[in-house]
Design a protein around this ligand. Structure first.
Ligand code: HBI
Ligand code: FE
Length: 289
């Protein structure tokens, strides 16, 4: 739960990766697309190929259709070109950032339909695992869903909600909501559970784990999305998730997170957080397919 707090603290102390020296007051920088090396474009291609093999039959249809239309398998994309298509589709723009930005800034961007995309790419040695989001996580994982109107509207509302949560000291609860939906969410489909969370879709191992568990048949919980339950539940920042929450569709995500959470935040502050592997009495695991 301290992931984003620790990152925000690191950004204040300058310990974050990325070059923040030329960032403007909204932490926006130039992507400097011409500065990426052939080796970096080759690393992007290998990351893309790895995920492209994993996602058929596992990522939700919106993601599959959108990543195909984006046509970014050959190298690191130019954000401005994507923004041209994205703006026509849902009114969103991509903004280049040096890396993680403070919560207030992050939510202000989302509230104005701007999605922050990190400009740096991981090192070869981080092919399998990276702690902070890089351009592959942010672009491959998050950008495709911004082309879906309902999801795009939800993310803007989430940004507005984040600005309110900061005033109500409710950020920890909203961070859990973000984590268990935008980053690690599952969604129902007629063919069975599918993935929409960016943290899973950009991961080399979690795509299979989220739907099928581990080779040793270690299974995470997969329980129906319920906003209070999600906001009460701690999450893992350095391992696969122990619980995934499943929405029926993006409309449910939009509708269930639309209310004012002031009273809920007060209720949650009086309750103990639930460990990430909790399965409450009466809760059932959803069948994968
Ligand atoms: N900054 N660039 C970037 N990307 C994020 O996903 C991000 C961030 N700053 C804060 C943040 N996320 C979290 O505080 C929210 O997700 C709760
Ligand atoms: Fe992310």
């Amino acid at each position: 739960d301290d992931f984003f707090a620790s990152v925000a603290a690191k950004s204040d102390s300058g310990a974050l990766r990325g070059d923040y020296s030329n960032a403007d007051k909204n932490y926006v920088v130039d992507q400097h697309w011409a500065a990426y090396s052939p080796a970096q474009h080759a690393l992007w291609r290998r990351l893309y190929e790895r995920q492209a093999k994993l996602i058929p039959g596992r990522a939700c249809d919106v993601f599959l259709d959108s990543i195909k239309a984006l046509d970014v398998s050959q190298g690191i994309p130019q954000f401005d070109r994507t923004t041209e298509a994205l703006y026509k589709a849902t009114g969103w723009q991509l903004v280049a950032v040096p890396g993680l930005v403070p919560d207030q800034t992050f939510f202000e961007h989302l509230a104005n339909r701007r999605f922050p995309v990190t400009v740096w790419l991981r090192e070869e040695s981080e092919f399998d695992y990276i702690v902070e989001p890089d351009v592959f996580h942010d672009f491959f994982g998050h950008v495709p869903l911004l082309f879906n109107p309902v999801f795009a509207d939800h993310l803007q509302e989430y940004g507005k909600g984040g600005l309110k949560a900061l005033k109500l000291d409710g950020l920890a609860f909203l961070a859990r909501l973000y984590w268990y939906t935008i980053e690690f969410g599952l969604i129902q489909s007629p063919e069975g559970l599918r993935i929409y969370g960016a943290g899973i879709l950009s991961s080399g191992g979690e795509v299979e784990y989220a739907l099928r568990g581990s080779p040793q048949n270690q299974q995470p919980n997969r329980i129906p999305f319920q906003v209070e339950r999600v906001m009460r539940t701690l999450y893992k920042i350095d391992s696969y998730q122990e619980t995934y929450f499943v929405i029926r569709d993006f409309q449910q995500l939009f509708d269930d997170t639309a209310p004012d959470f002031t009273a809920l935040y007060e209720q949650l502050k009086a309750q103990d957080a639930l460990p990430a592997n909790t399965l409450l009495p009466g809760e059932k695991n959803l069948a994968v397919a």
